[in-house]
Design a protein around this ligand. Structure first.
Ligand SMILES: NC(=O)c1ccc[n+]([C@@H]2O[C@H](COP(=O)([O-])OP(=O)(O)OC[C@H]3O[C@@H](n4cnc5c(N)ncnc54)[C@H](O)[C@@H]3O)[C@@H](O)[C@H]2O)c1
Length: 440
């Protein structure tokens, strides 16, 4: 095995690349963060960063070892370059590798000047077959062959926004697709030093790593959609409670408890598109991915169903309040979020809507504009609404107490708690409290 890796570069400082750079620096690596967006690099150099739990702590811990630049030549000072640039979804569900190709062309050109071994590791999500294309690009531009003074790996991250740093430092497993043994060993060594736990490390060829990456999220979303279907059925049966059922089901070791909780659909920048990409992968090889397609349909149904539930209680003029617009707690990302989807559906149905989210207000304002009103606080949102729907299980919402005096103002009101996060039954003469997953 090689010496301890001391120096790493990260190309693409987005939602993933910045936290990875900071986490690596906090663990003792010298890190050069490189992004083609000069305005972003300037902001980072001025100390302005996006919201992600633990990011600030890592930036502080790693301050002396972390720099940001637009200059790709700086990667020559490092041993490994992680590439984390976007791979946007195409109309057929596949991912474009255009930006990764561009990045590898430029990296290849720079690596022409380097004599010692350098590993390029693609973290961006790609579809099976892409890494062979990328290998040809890198070899052509660098004038080197993988396995000689150059190596290429596929090392996708299994992280959730809001937990990126924790997930980087404590992964269940590390996935490494490798062009050659030395590259895989180099990455393995880095992760052994970097991770605070002792994750399983799976090293394999490119195609198996590409299939593993895309399959994992597809399996998890299948479980979420199953849990949601179960919840919708429980809501229709007297005495049923999906949480009780899921707890028992999850204790079977073949099933496991995670992600089985029936609540709302999944969203965010990965789950929906990875699931569709899996279907696309199946179509490309002539095998229909029925389960992935059904997962997607179940997910699409959740907001349609929730809209009909709200409408069954609310009059047209009733103000509908939404608590939570981010696709999950601890992030300001609203991409494909259930809260944003319900807001759009309610607006299309001509309902007045008031929204509140602890951190995603400014992102949602860019999309919803003046079509909704924005509450100053969760309580303000509740007070303005006749029907309140809890869309994201932020901790802040779970702190409301039934006996809190300011919660009740005499107005008749309905709360739909999609995540069973309110403690106890809030029902009273002026409040109807509906909990998803339980008999409606
Ligand atoms: N965000 C997630 O939760 C998540 C999770 C797992 C995997 N991924 C994958 O990681 C990849 C990146 O995702 P993200 O959310 O961090 O993207 P992002 O859009 O937040 O950030 C991408 C960054 O790359 C930069 N960039 C683009 N081309 C570049 C180039 N040629 N050179 C240098 N910088 C360049 C952009 O300026 C931007 O700062 C995608 O493939 C995504 O599927 C994301």
């Amino acid at each position: 095995m090689k010496e301890k890796i001391k120096s790493v570069s990260v190309v693409g400082l987005g939602k993933l690349g910045l936290p990875l750079s900071a986490a690596l620096a906090s663990r003792g690596c010298h890190v050069v963060g490189i992004d083609s967006d000069s305005a972003k690099v300037q902001e980072f150099n001025q100390g302005k960063f996006c919201f992600e739990p633990q990011l600030e702590d890592c930036l502080t811990l790693g301050k002396e070892r972390l720099s940001f630049t637009t200059d790709l030549n700086q990667l020559l000072q490092t041993d490994i370059t992680f590439v984390i640039v976007p791979t946007p979804s195409m109309a057929d569900g596949s991912f474009s590798i255009e930006y990764v190709e561009q990045a590898l062309e430029r990296i290849g050109n720079v690596l022409r000047q380097k004599n010692s071994f350098h590993v390029v590791s693609v973290v961006s999500t790609v579809l099976p077959g892409s890494m062979e294309v990328l290998k040809a690009v890198l070899e052509k531009k660098s004038g080197k062959r993988c396995g000689q003074s150059l190596g290429l790996c596929y090392n996708p991250a299994f992280i959730a926004l809001g937990n990126v740093i924790h997930n980087f430092l404590n992964p269940d497993f590390i996935l490494i697709g490798e062009s050659d043994q030395e590259s895989g060993e180099t990455l393995e060594k880095l992760f052994i030093d970097f991770c605070t736990n002792a994750p399983a490390i799976h090293r394999m060829n490119f195609i198996n790593a590409e299939i593993t990456k895309i399959s994992l999220n597809t399996y998890v979303t299948m479980k979420i959609s199953f849990g949601n279907t179960l919840a919708r059925i429980c809501e229709q049966l007297p005495g049923a409670d999906a949480e009780v059922v899921a707890k028992a089901l999850g204790s079977d070791s073949r099933v496991g408890p995670k992600y089985l909780r029936g609540a709302l659909g999944y969203g965010g920048p990965c789950f929906p598109r990875d699931n569709r990409a899996f279907s696309c992968m199946g179509r490309k090889v002539g095998i229909p991915a029925f389960s992935a397609e059904a997962t997607d349909r179940v997910n699409e149904f959740q907001v349609t169903w929730l809209l009909s539930l709200v409408k069954s209680y609310a009059k047209k003029e009733d103000v509908i309040g939404l608590w939570g617009l981010s696709y999950k707690p601890d992030t300001d990302v609203i991409e494909e979020s259930q809260g944003m989807k319900l807001a759009e559906a309610l607006i299309n149905d001509s309902h007045p809507v008031v929204v509140y989210d602890p951190v995603a207000m400014s992102n949602s304002q860019k999309i919803l504009g003046n079509r909704v009103s924005y509450a100053d606080s969760a309580l303000d949102c509740l007070r303005q609404a006749s029907v309140l729907v809890i869309m994201t299980p932020w901790k802040e919402f779970s702190r409301f107490e039934k006996n809190q005096a300011d919660f009740y103002d005499g107005k008749q009101r309905l709360i739909i708690d999609c995540w069973q996060i309110l403690k106890g039954d809030f029902s009273s003469s002026e409040m109807k409290h509906v909990v998803l997953g339980k008999t409606l």
